[in-house]
Design a binder for this molecule. Structure first.
Ligand SMILES: [Fe+2]
Ligand SMILES: [Fe+2]
Length: 375
């Protein structure tokens, strides 16, 4: 059996440094027989000096997945599947064990043909979707029906009834789902329910949510204050998001680590749109190379346009439109737009709201080599 290399930091006072001997081994056996153990046997492993992720940077190339996703639509119906999703699994034991794309996050690609529906249901896990191609799709959330087009970002907060579909005159749509299923399962708090009917009958006019709450800094003045723990704006349109990024880029230099970056926020509170998962859209100007940083929290990226690469944990991951990649917790990362003329856009979702609400969000900049990792 190979022995783990000793970290010199573990040799100091305050860390566990007990050498085995016969008497102790006998003692440990007695403890184990009583469903106990000596803390010092495990302390250095379960209290690492810094976060140790069990996930690895992984990239899912759209050119390799698109045909398989489309094929799923010929093999099973959404009614049979419940949700016809091809799951993105992190290329690690933790990813396969937890059905996770990175950390306690789940992601998948879902295809819907015109006229198809996903039966209405609810779950404790929160969900969000990023429309990758097609148009004329919709989601119904607690009776609010919103229409969806390419690069729109839409919420299905936890505990809300929801169903999805593509209008008869729409196009074949592929979207990326993002959920916190692994987190809810690790907390052992995941419930699931099926709606009494196949789909919801919308209780409001189509797009009442963006029509009411989508004005810039404007919310309806004639209603009861919104008191739900998620954004009343259920869909964030691509055109408006892109224009907001262009406008942002006229002011200041942006983030050294992310270029120009906007958070999809709850217009009522200014906070995250949902309580457990957040999302961003960022824009890298032509030739822009950000500096490296790392932070707690896990991030899934989806290139919404342009091309470039990211260096994650010292490894280069080249991306172009709708390639998806992840950055696990506390892993260095930086992004590069390789185009001389075009902006590059990265959509991403994360578990930052959990990190922040637990008070464990932490960020660090990479100070060596002018802020760039060696590859
Ligand atoms: Fe769902
Ligand atoms: Fe980051």
């Amino acid at each position: 059996m190979s022995k783990k290399a000793i970290d010199p930091r573990d040799l100091q006072l305050g860390r566990s440094n007990v050498k085995d001997n016969e008497e102790l081994i006998d003692f440990y056996n007695k403890l184990e027989a009583k469903s106990t153990t000596a803390f010092w046997k495990r302390a250095n492993d379960i209290e690492p000096w810094e976060p140790v992720t069990r996930y690895v940077p992984t990239i899912w190339r759209y050119s390799e997945l698109r045909d398989l996703v489309l094929q799923s639509a010929e093999l099973v119906t959404p009614e049979e599947a419940g949700r016809r999703v091809i799951v993105l699994m992190n290329n690690s034991d933790a990813g396969r064990d937890n059905t996770a794309c990175v950390g306690w996050l789940f992601s998948g690609l879902q295809v819907m043909k015109p006229g198809e529906i996903t039966p209405a249901h609810m779950h404790t896990a929160s969900a969000q979707r990023f429309i990758m191609e097609g148009g004329g799709a919709y989601t119904v959330v607690d009776g609010h029906q919103v229409s969806l087009e390419k690069n729109d970002y839409v919420l299905t907060p936890n505990g809300c009834w929801h169903d999805h579909g593509v209008f008869n005159d729409g196009q074949v749509c592929i979207w990326q789902d993002g959920l916190d299923i692994p987190l809810m399962n690790s907390l052992e708090t995941n419930f699931y329910a099926v709606y009494p009917e196949k789909v919801q009958t919308p209780s409001f006019e189509l797009d009442d949510s963006p029509n009411s709450y989508g004005g810039p800094g404007l919310i309806p003045a004639d209603r009861q204050p919104w008191d739900k723990p998620y954004s009343p704006l259920l869909v964030y349109r691509w055109i408006e998001t892109r224009n907001a990024l262009y406008n942002l880029s006229k002011s200041g230099n942006g983030s050294p680590y992310d270029g120009f970056i906007l958070r999809y926020s709850n217009p009522v509170t200014g906070g995250w749109a949902m309580s457990t998962m957040g999302a961003h859209m960022q824009m890298l100007k032509p030739n822009h190379h950000t500096k490296a940083h790392r932070h707690t929290g896990n991030v899934m990226y989806n290139c919404a346009g342009g091309e470039g690469y990211s260096i994650v944990g010292g490894e280069i991951f080249e991306w172009k439109e709708h390639d998806i990649f992840c950055v696990p917790s506390w892993v260095w990362h930086e992004h590069v737009n390789t185009s001389k003329n075009e902006e590059a856009f990265l959509y991403s979702f994360n578990d930052f709201p959990v990190m922040e609400s637990l008070g464990v969000y932490k960020e660090e900049s990479y100070d060596e080599n002018n802020g760039h990792q060696t590859v």
